[in-house]
Design a protein around this ligand. Structure first.
Ligand code: 5GP
Ligand code: MN
Length: 312
């Protein structure tokens, strides 16, 4: 059921023990919003914990209270009376859903949110879930410490491509400005986020070597096979290498994660890629979306290129 931000704040206030989670393949917004909310809830005097059912890329380990994040194990034992799901619908939180029965409070900015579990506060105009959490903190009269501000700014910056994408609005920049007033050092966050291992840059080279152009230059794609992926800790940002090609509307990256499991990322300058992803069982935003195709790399490429072609 859709609720207001004020109702979401009331639900947090009336809960006793809160379990926070976010999506698998977590990004800066997923982790930033989880860590900021943890601190806000703890300042309300309530116990809370974060469980994320996936690895978290090294660039995010600098965030304040990062070590509070736990991986769920079979014997997870947390008697929370509220499950707070951030930056995704509750269908992308991995094992967490099976471990805990508490009512769900979902806070998200994805236009593709399925709204099929618990209470949902959805603001699809928000550039990032972190932008919503900033408003929620104000609703709760919570003090924005430099640590909370650092987490929120990181999510805001990463989901907007450091304030370059079309989701960057006046409100986004105003929120960023207020967070800087609260103690954020933008250069510190940028430097942490842009650092890559040599191996990652070499994998970028492999990705670029796989570049293919379709539909007279409107679509560009890269393919990473299982062998390459086994030596690749993250593909974050790879797609941006080809998103920028003059004349390209849709860019995609397909990475083979295991036999017949291919992850797809898409970026666009015009076409609504969230619709394409949604039709293929995934989701996302108009200009950034993804899905998983349970096919081999060749078939995944065929299916995706055809699906993109129908929208051009
Ligand atoms: P990325 O390409 O960076 O992995 O994802 C781009 C956007 O699409 C993000 O907002 C991400 O949350 C969303 N997204 C990516 N893959 C999926 C998916 O399989 N399902 C859904 N619902 N959203 C996805
Ligand atoms: Mn997000």
């Amino acid at each position: 059921m859709l609720i207001t931000l004020n109702q979401a704040a009331q639900k947090l206030k009336s809960a006793n023990k809160i379990l926070i989670t976010s999506h698998i393949q977590p990004d800066g917004d997923a982790i930033g919003s989880s860590l900021a909310t943890l601190q806000i809830i703890c300042a309300l005097g309530k116990p809370a914990q974060i469980f994320i059912d996936d690895d978290i890329r090294k660039n995010l380990h600098f965030l304040p209270f990062f070590n509070e994040i736990q991986r769920p194990t079979e014997n997870i034992n947390f008697d929370a009376d509220l499950l707070l799901v951030l930056d995704t619908s509750p269908d992308r939180i991995g094992k967490i859903r099976d471990f805990i029965n508490a009512p769900i409070l979902n806070i998200d900015h994805h236009v593709t949110n399925k709204n099929d579990a618990g209470d949902l506060y959805l603001d699809s105009d928000a550039a990032a879930t972190c932008e919503i959490i900033f408003a929620l903190a104000n609703e709760l009269n919570a003090k924005i410490t430099p640590e909370i501000a650092t987490c929120l700014y990181t999510g805001l910056a990463t989901d907007t491509g450091f304030f370059q994408f079309s989701n960057t609005r006046a409100k986004t920049l105003k929120t960023a400005s207020e967070l800087v007033n609260c103690g954020v050092k933008p250069n510190f966050i940028s430097e942490n986020m842009e650092t890559r291992s040599l191996n990652e840059v070499l994998n970028m080279r492999t990705a670029l070597n796989s570049l293919k152009i379709f539909y007279g230059g409107k679509v560009a794609g890269m393919l990473l096979d299982l062998q390459t992926m086994q030596n690749c800790e993250s593909t974050e940002g790879f797609i941006d290498l080809i998103r920028v090609i003059d004349g390209v509307d849709v860019a995609f990256l397909i990475s083979e994660r295991s036999k017949n499991v291919c992850r797809v990322s898409m970026r666009s300058k015009g076409v609504d890629v969230s619709k394409i992803a949604n039709n293929l069982g995934g989701g996302g935003h108009i200009r950034a979306a993804g899905c998983t195709l349970y096919k081999n790399l060749d078939d995944a490429e065929k299916i995706l290129v055809e699906a993109i072609g129908k929208t051009l």
